[in-house]
Design a protein around this ligand. Structure first.
Ligand code: NOJ
Ligand code: CA
Length: 702
């Protein structure tokens, strides 16, 4: 990322002072104020307020360490430092082309009063829309090498908020969201009632994952997450339903420890974003700002893109990842007998390349191309894949040349089946193979129990693994899309080749499970997407009858599938349906063809988590705007005021909307396309069906 010196308006105030143990230190930025003090036990305590209203009541901070089980009390305050920063920077890609980083920083230096004299610093940054803080174990902390057995950061809530949550599972985020009061959070009931295949038993029935979205009774929107998750486990939150206090619950390793650290060490940032408008949560840049600038000096090889792929064939049962139907088709000699349904065969992939080339889609993802899929699922085997051996019907060289001749990029697929150690051994070979055959991006996958040792997907070992893969991919100029990793925390700023992650419940659940409720996509931007882009795989046009499972269907209208390209931000967007299903609706496909994946500007026009969302975005380097509006199970009218357009200019708006009689359940594929001339003064009232949506492209008239 480029630091934009011209916009640096930083001024620096430094004061180091000795303060008494009980002294209150404060910092603030407009409506957001925070305070820090030590309580009677010498525990660090912070509090946050917004416009004088409490957001986080006084909450304790600190750790339990192997060397010191009460590294959360008995501290004295050595001193504090404060400074103001007003900076800006330009992301390689994103929702906006320039980001302001404006905060007041407060650093507190603490020391244990006992003989250990151990040191701990806490850095707070107060922004106009929230607070971030991190712990620093300084070089001279006296901790040396140590083990974190618990982090005990509290977030004492000021009320029994409405909360959008998923259970605190250590290995997956692929849950539907439950909406309840904080005092009602209990993941056991949800886990037991569900027939969904993703649901496992969460270890703590009162734990939830972040990003956690809440709304107070008096209309404050509050989001808790973390930024810059490096060399540390993910933070989940244990809920004390009586006191309404959330406490950090770090994902443990295979033997129950949380983190293995060596001073000096800085933890990830804990973030509390707050606004009196739902839109303020979505436009917050706190998480990106708290991440380190890009480590990629020359990002010219990084390109946001749209892609198609053979993937939905497998998800819906039309095809298979494997070459044969395991186990019946493996002969006594071990030879594979083709099932005849293998999707990743040369001819079929060419069909997708042709479709992509004909419709301005830059990429084609090919899953199931490499040997191993006969026996990959649920067996906890280390060496399932080698990432370089294609099936006999997949001609790597021929396809590389064919894709190249059509100016289409093939996207590599490296499913690890959870065997991260195996992937680490093969990684260089795999990336060299991608370079050799012209693959510029890779989708990785971590389905299954993790090797080594059954580490958790969201624990420190795997966090380090995902980050190593991002760095390794960057060293080979390969872009990355990780499936089943820990949920993102803004690291795409540091590694802009890491375009997207799954780490949430994607559209695929509508294929292999009961799916997700119509409200799901109105919650995701406030939860999973707070940390970074999601490979959600929108764009399904055949909404019923795509599987042989009776009663199964998508839970949106076709127009809503289009709107998702705008409302679910990602620099990597799949057009997930099959070419033959698009062929039936090429007029609607035009929106997917036109919609960009990189933006100069973003405006949140209307938002309410769980209910509706309307976003307008301006195409990067161009004057065109694109709008997506979605609703939950209730129909509504989206009122779009187009005042973001250039004044005095005429535009043509193409509106892709639900037909008057459409609804997600009984008539999901009914849509209408209209063209109207609009200006910055135009107000469009667009009717959204139950479970519906609308997509609008707005292009200058001449
Ligand atoms: C689950 C992923 O989410 C999906 O996209 C992929 O096709 C399968 N795993 C196989 O790797
Ligand atoms: Ca998945």
């Amino acid at each position: 990322m480029i630091r934009c010196k011209a916009f640096v308006l930083a001024f620096f105030v430094l004061f180091l002072q000795h303060v008494s143990a009980q002294q209150l230190v404060t910092a603030g930025m407009n409506k957001v104020k925070m305070s820090f003090s030590l309580d009677g036990e010498g525990s660090p305590v912070y509090a946050v307020e917004f416009s004088g209203r409490p957001v986080i009541r006084p909450s304790r901070m600190g750790f339990k360490l192997d060397k010191d089980s009460s590294f959360y009390k008995g501290f004295q305050l050595l001193g504090t430092e404060k400074r103001n920063v007003d900076d800006s920077w330009r992301p390689v890609w994103g929702e906006v082309s320039q980001i302001r980083d404006h905060y007041e920083q407060l650093v507190v230096h603490l020391q244990r009063k006992d003989a250990s004299r151990r040191r701990l610093d806490i850095i707070f940054r107060v922004f106009e829309d929230g607070v971030g803080f991190r712990y620093v174990f300084p070089h001279a902390s006296g901790t040396g090498y140590f083990v974190v057995t618990d982090e005990v950061t509290e977030f004492a809530l000021a009320g029994d908020h409405k909360t959008f949550w998923i259970p605190g599972d250590y290995d997956t985020n692929e849950y539907p969201y439950t909406t309840s009061l904080v005092s009602e959070i209990d993941n056991k009931e949800m886990v037991e009632k569900s027939t969904d295949i993703a649901v496992r038993v969460a270890p703590d029935r009162y734990a939830v994952q972040t990003p956690l979205m809440m709304k107070s009774g008096d209309g404050l929107y509050i989001n808790i997450h973390e930024a810059g998750l490096i060399d540390y486990p993910a933070m989940q939150l244990h809920v004390d339903r009586a006191s309404l206090t959330l406490t950090s619950a770090l994902v443990p390793d295979a033997v129950g420890n949380k983190a293995y650290l060596h001073a000096p060490f800085s933890t990830p940032w804990r973030t509390v974003i707050v606004s009196d408008k739902a839109a303020g949560i979505l436009s917050s840049k706190i998480i990106l700002n708290l991440n380190e600038p890009s480590k990629i000096g020359d990002p010219s090889w990084i390109h946001p893109m749209k892609f198609v792929g053979v993937w939905w064939e497998m998800q819906t049962g039309k095809g298979t990842w494997s070459y044969s139907d395991y186990p019946d088709s493996v002969t006594a000699t071990g030879a594979l007998v083709p099932s005849g349904r293998h999707s990743a065969n040369t001819e079929n992939v060419k069909r997708y390349i042709d479709f992509a080339a004909a419709h301005d889609i830059q990429g084609v993802l090919v899953e199931g191309w490499n040997v191993g899929w006969e026996d990959w699922f649920g067996n906890w085997k280390e060496n399932v894949f080698d990432f370089v051996t294609p099936y006999p019907d997949f001609n790597v060289g021929e396809l590389a040349a064919y894709a190249d001749s059509k100016r289409v990029h093939l996207i590599m697929h490296n499913e690890t089946s959870g065997s991260a150690t195996n992937y680490e051994r093969w990684m260089d070979t795999a990336f060299r193979y991608m370079n050799q055959h012209g693959y510029t991006s890779v989708k990785t996958g971590y389905v299954g129990r993790i090797i080594p040792r059954g580490e958790h997907h969201d624990g420190q070992w795997m966090v380090n693994h995902y980050n190593r893969v991002a760095e390794k991919a960057a060293s080979y100029h390969v872009m990355l899309d990780a499936h089943e990793p820990v949920r993102p925390t803004g690291l795409q700023r540091t590694y802009p080749n890491w375009l997207a992650c799954e780490a949430g419940r994607g559209n695929e659940y509508n294929a292999f499970s009961n799916g997700s409720a119509p409200e799901h996509e109105t919650i995701l931007p406030f939860t999973r997407l707070m940390g970074g882009p999601m490979d959600y795989t929108p764009g399904i046009f055949k909404l019923r009858g795509y599987t042989t499972v009776p009663g199964r269907q998508m839970h949106t209208t076709l127009a809503k599938q289009l709107a998702l390209y705008v409302t679910l931000y990602s620099p990597l967007q799949m057009a997930a349906d099959l070419p033959e299903n698009y062929a039936a609706h090429m007029d609607a496909f035009q929106f997917i063809r036109d919609v960009p994946v990189d933006w100069d500007d973003t405006r949140i026009l209307e938002a309410e988590p769980g209910d509706y969302l309307t976003i307008a975005r301006k195409e990067k380097g161009k004057g065109s705007w694109f709008v997506g509006a979605i609703t939950d199970e209730h129909g509504r009218v989206a009122n779009l005021s187009l005042d973001f357009l250039d004044a005095g200019k005429k535009y043509v708006a193409t509106v892709y909307k639900d037909a008057p009689d459409a609804d997600w359940k009984d008539k999901p594929e009914a849509y209408v396309i209209e063209q109207v001339t609009v200006t910055s003064k135009t107000k469009l009232a667009v009717k959204l069906a139950a479970g519906g949506g609308a997509a609008v492209s707005i292009v200058a008239a001449d």
